[in-house]
Design a protein around this ligand. Structure first.
Ligand SMILES: Nc1ncnc2c1ncn2[C@@H]1O[C@H](COP(=O)(O)OP(=O)(O)O)[C@@H](O)[C@H]1O
Ligand SMILES: [Mg+2]
Length: 269
């Protein structure tokens, strides 16, 4: 219990590595009636940083992410994106959900262009960018296909392209690869990092996988449940670009052990 409390204070003080904050969260709370989903969460994410929020199912990860997205309102506390208080969805924030939710009657390209239509941006101008993203995600050959013709991994790639099409500075991802098999999942992680490095986005990535968090991130925020709060903030000092082979390294496994211990300590407490 004392370990948990001490590392929580660390997390609250923690500042992003590098430049100014893209996202800053202060004393955030969320209750659903009598259920306290998020208690006193504070952290900042630097511009261009890749930060994971790691925690067990039900600890409040989706609640946290959807508040940052401006989709649900906090009970108390504040979220600032680029120093402006979040009061609703923002054009410069893209979201990727756990299941890809593509429109089944639209082609891959039409799905990617859907936010462009919603935001009433000039479609012709964005078609080239959409195709470029599909190329980057290695699914450009399927631009004219319907979602049901694609595998789960391919559909999730389409959803990532859709979230990036209007060029948001910040990408929020809620367990985007959790429905995929382990091998596809590793490949998707590498692909995501490639797209991230080419586009220089700030990413907040929610996951319950310790290995996934350690492999992808610059920093991992560890969440514990009842009530949902951040108990640790771990910098992952692995070089980039990351390669699957690095998961064999002692440094990687050291981080994995540290993260696992943090989660286990929170359960014991
Ligand atoms: N709309 C809602 N109404 C009531 N309770 C909710 C709602 N959404 C989430 N919860 C509860 O809040 C807690 C956190 O949920 P969630 O944010 O989905 O966690 P996670 O994404 O980490 O699995 C859980 O106890 C969940 O049952
Ligand atoms: Mg969730």
């Amino acid at each position: 219990m004392s370990i948990t409390a001490a590392s929580n204070r660390e997390a609250i003080r923690a500042e992003p590595v590098g430049s100014e904050a893209a996202v800053r969260i202060a004393s955030l709370q969320k209750s659903y009636g009598a259920i306290e989903a998020i208690r006193k969460v504070s952290f900042a994410v630097g511009e261009g940083e890749f930060v994971s929020v790691l925690g067990p199912s039900g600890c409040g990860k989706s609640t946290l992410l959807m508040m940052i997205a401006g989709v649900i309102a906090p009970t108390a506390g504040e979220i600032r994106v680029k120093d402006a208080k979040v009061t609703g969805p923002r054009r410069d924030v893209g979201v990727v959900f756990q299941s890809p939710v593509l429109l089944p009657w639209r082609t891959v390209l039409q799905n990617v262009l859907f936010p462009v239509e919603l935001m009433r941006l000039p479609r012709a101008q964005y078609t080239g960018r959409a195709m470029e993203l599909l190329r980057m995600a290695k699914i450009d050959e399927f631009a004219a296909a319907l979602p049901r013709q694609l595998s789960g991994g391919m559909r999730q790639r389409v959803a990532i392209c859709r979230a990036l099409v209007h060029n948001p500075d910040i990408l929020l991802m809620d367990e985007p690869f959790s429905a995929l098999d382990a091998i596809t999942r590793d490949e998707m992680g590498v692909e995501l990092l490639r797209i991230w490095q080419a586009n220089r986005k700030t990413v907040i990535f929610v996951t319950h996988s310790i290995r996934e968090a350690a492999f992808l991130s610059d920093r991992v925020l560890v969440m514990a449940r009842r009530p949902g709060t951040i108990i640790d903030d771990v910098a992952i000092d692995l070089p980039r670009p990351r390669q699957i082979a690095m998961t064999e390294d002692e440094t990687f496994n050291h981080h994995v052990r540290h993260l696992r211990n943090a989660i286990e300590a929170s359960h014991a407490g």
